[in-house]
Design a protein around this ligand. Structure first.
Ligand SMILES: CC(C)(COP(=O)(O)OP(=O)(O)OC[C@H]1O[C@@H](n2cnc3c(N)ncnc32)[C@H](O)[C@@H]1OP(=O)(O)O)[C@@H](O)C(=O)NCCC(=O)NCCS
Length: 216
């Protein structure tokens, strides 16, 4: 598995390429899904199935993972986690909330990031730190920021803009992130270390936020 290479042992992660034939949508999960959009329904069901399998690894029985009004996943009590899906890939990562403060994951097709998107989501300094041949690190930078947002949001319940954090990529598999907002919670202050992989036409990133005082 690619995703398991990006998270510590305390985080249970499951991925799937394509859609799982056994995946079902649980009652209470699908209120927001448009009728007739069967591709989205299969993607949604497969991602949730990955999450339920990962939760089983924590000893959590299968149950609904509702979609919040803010679109974030509603994890069972005592669990933190994150979901991602793109083209042909779906993944979930979960952990006991006593072990980990928060986790974020993101996957993207490893296509070059359009220049105008790159300029909107990165600072001049971040772009300058990329090599002359920027691809696929441009996509890694974008994905790392989305992963950072998914780790940030459950802690703060607030939006974080792309320019509210900086990311520095440390090939072959690490990135360092720093949140720049003044009232950043203690667990998210300073340098946060994430991991990335570029394989099978995908960029996948993950960031695990330790509890305060447990950062190495
Ligand atoms: C929320 C967001 C990060 C999702 O990323 P994406 O690449 O569009 O989509 P992904 O497939 O990777 O992830 C989708 C999953 O994210 C999860 N998600 C949605 N909103 C979320 C939130 N506020 N917090 C945590 N997870 C969230 C959901 O589980 C969703 O899957 P589902 O709809 O099937 O339940 C993105 O749409 C967004 O709003 N980005 C702007 C904020 C940002 O990235 N800032 C950068 C800070 S440096």
């Amino acid at each position: 598995m690619l995703i398991t290479q990006l998270v510590p042992a305390a985080v249970r992660a499951v991925e799937w390429f394509g859609d799982r034939p056994d995946a079902t949508v649980f009652p209470g999960e699908d209120g927001h899904l448009r009728r007739g959009d069967s591709a989205r329904r299969r993607e949604f069901a497969t991602t949730r199935a990955c999450a339920r399998e990962a939760l089983a690894g924590l000893g959590v029985r299968p149950g609904p993972i509702p979609v919040g009004a803010d679109r974030s996943p509603g994890w069972p009590a005592g669990v933190v986690g994150s979901l991602t899906h793109c083209a042909c890939y779906r993944a979930a990562a979960v952990a006991n909330s006593r072990a980990v403060r928060s986790v974020g994951i993101d996957a993207e097709p490893a296509h070059p990031l359009p220049r105008r998107v790159l300029e909107r989501v990165t600072t001049q300094a971040e772009r300058a730190a990329l090599p002359a041949d920027i691809h696929p690190l441009d996509r890694v930078l974008f994905s790392a920021k989305e992963t950072l947002f998914k780790a940030w949001y459950p802690i703060t319940r607030r939006y974080l803009g792309f320019l509210d954090a900086t990311v520095e990529i440390r090939p072959p598999h690490r990135f360092l992130a720093r949140i720049l907002v003044d009232d950043c919670p203690t667990s998210l202050r300073g340098l946060l270390t994430g991991r990335y992989i570029v394989e099978r036409g995908l960029v996948i990133t993950a960031l695990t936020v330790p509890h305060e005082g447990e950062r190495s």
